[in-house]
Design a protein. Structure first.
Lengths: 325, 170
């Protein structure tokens, strides 16, 4: 398969690799390399975005937009890299832009759930800061990054800084939905990549009530034209617990100019926010289950839970009643 | 002996099947949405009427220049809406002002004839429970309770009409 060279750095950046300190004692300890600066949490007030169905979005998004409630009353916090000087080009809104990874994921989530409040937390400087939650409405945390450790520690338990610890606790307690990019190694979740590392954060979030792993399809799927997994996307794998928490969405790099499971997660985060806006009294756990339970297996090619997990996320089905009379 | 022959002085003005409100609801007989389980719910059974609203209007000429307009409509009904029957009353006045000029006045009003749309009962499962909802918006992004304000509750079109016409021939 011919590789588009321009995509390679974007794929790598799709899931950022965090260096770690040497392991001590029996329990490995994840320590991110400190870049310096003060922990930083910045809030972006609900963006004044003119809703427009972009060509990379699933048609389901447009049909769900018509009433204009898209994420109103909910908060998406995008924990990402906002400090790195590295920028890359893409097109999410009809114009080519060049910006850093965190700005891309933030923009994407805001385009899908245009009435949600979008907050940013820079993981470079916010490592020791719990991710704050809004006091009212649904909270969704988008994590389009990984925490990599050598494969020899795959059976260890990990301790994190306050940032990831808060995310794990929120997922454990059902306080917020954590949408975690699955990773771009093209491997099964929970296994070691070709560099000999694995994503510890994926493991730490496994089995928690409000964890959703986001894998990438090469395009949005339909019943007449089912989509395939993007070649780089990690797959759900053989672990049944992981399969049950794994969703896929289309990340069409030919339209977006960017690729990676980093850009699958914000779409699902947006879907969660839209659901939280409609069902404002629903718990994060109920909304997580709704997205997982209404995923479609008929819009992906040769559906297999070990590849696609629950299937392709379907916003229209998640919004719809089970029955009506 | 002078008498007024009602039958002889009453003229049929209009017989129509269908109305503006009926046409409006006819638009919703197609379409639908998928449930959370992927089953298609069609609007057709909900919005297909059992009888189309039909209207008949007469004018009874009282004098050579004055008449009374009267009539009624049958209304129509489907599972999720009802157009109530209505009565139309009015008057018509005609005066020849000169050899080449005439003045006419027609005024009518409709009593009744309202369109009322009924809600559905939707089961959203664990995420939302059972709720009343606007049938057409059950799968929208809008919270179910808020969709109820968009149920149709319309008065008849052109409920009161006054037409004053001055004609001059030259």
């Amino acid at each position: 398969m011919k590789t588009n060279p321009s995509l390679i750095p974007q794929l790598i950046l799709g899931t950022l690799i965090i260096s770690i300190a040497p392991i001590a004692m029996a329990q490995s300890e994840l320590v991110a390399v400190a870049i310096g600066g003060n922990p930083q949490v910045s809030a972006t007030s609900a963006a004044v975005v003119t809703p427009k169905l972009q060509n990379w979005m699933s048609p389901e998004v447009g049909s769900a937009w018509s009433s204009g409630y898209s994420g109103k009353g909910t908060t998406i916090t995008v924990v990402d890299d906002y400090s790195n000087a590295s920028k890359f080009s893409g097109n999410l809104n009809g114009t080519t832009q060049t910006q850093g990874h965190g700005y891309w994921t933030t923009q994407e989530a805001g385009l899908v759930a245009y009435s949600a409040t979008i907050n940013r937390q820079d993981f470079n400087t916010g490592r020791n800061t719990s991710v704050p939650l809004a006091k009212t409405g649904l909270n969704v945390i988008n994590a389009s990054y990984g925490m990599y450790v050598p494969g020899s520690y795959i059976n260890y338990n990990f301790s994190y800084g306050a940032e990831e610890t808060s995310m794990i606790n929120y997922a454990k307690g059902g306080n917020a939905i954590i949408v975690k990019a699955a990773g771009n190694d093209g491997i099964n979740m929970g296994t070691v990549n070709t560099s000999g590392n694995f994503d510890a954060l994926n493991k730490s979030l496994k089995g928690l009530p409000t964890t959703i792993y986001a894998g990438a399809l090469s395009t949005n799927g339909t019943t007449s034209s089912p989509a395939s997994m993007a070649s780089y996307s990690n797959k759900a794998g053989t672990d049944v617990t992981t399969q049950k928490q794994f969703l896929v969405v289309g990340v069409d790099s030919s339209k977006m100019g960017i690729a990676g499971t980093s850009f699958a997660a914000p779409i699902i985060s947006g879907y969660a926010a839209i659901l939280g806006s409609k069902f404002s009294t629903a718990t994060p756990t109920a909304i997580t289950n709704q997205l997982l339970n209404t995923a479609r297996t008929d819009t992906v090619k040769n559906y297999n839970a070990a590849v696609y997990g629950r299937g392709e996320a379907s916003l229209t089905r998640a919004l719809a009643p089970v029955s009506i009379k | 002996m002078y008498g007024f022959d009602f039958i002889d002085n009453t003229f049929l003005v209009e017989i129509t099947q269908g109305s503006e409100l009926s046409n409006k609801m006819n638009f919703y007989t197609v379409g639908g949405f998928e449930t959370a389980n992927g089953n298609f719910v069609s609007y057709t059974p909900w919005y297909t009427n059992h009888w189309t609203d039909s209207r008949i209007t007469f004018m009874t000429q009282v004098t050579s220049s004055f008449g009374v307009i009267w009539g009624f409509s049958t209304g129509e009904q489907a599972d999720k809406y009802k157009i109530y029957p209505n009565m139309k009353i009015g008057l018509a006045y005609f005066e020849k002002l000169s050899k080449d000029a005439t003045l006419s006045l027609k005024a009518t009003t409709i009593i009744g004839g309202k369109l009322i749309e009924y809600p559905c009962l939707a089961d959203y499962g664990d995420i939302g429970g059972v709720q009343q909802v606007n049938c057409r918006m059950a799968a929208s992004q809008m919270p179910p309770a808020e969709t109820l304000q968009y149920l149709f509750n319309d008065k008849p079109y052109n409920q009161t009409v006054v037409i004053l016409e001055y004609k001059i021939l030259f």
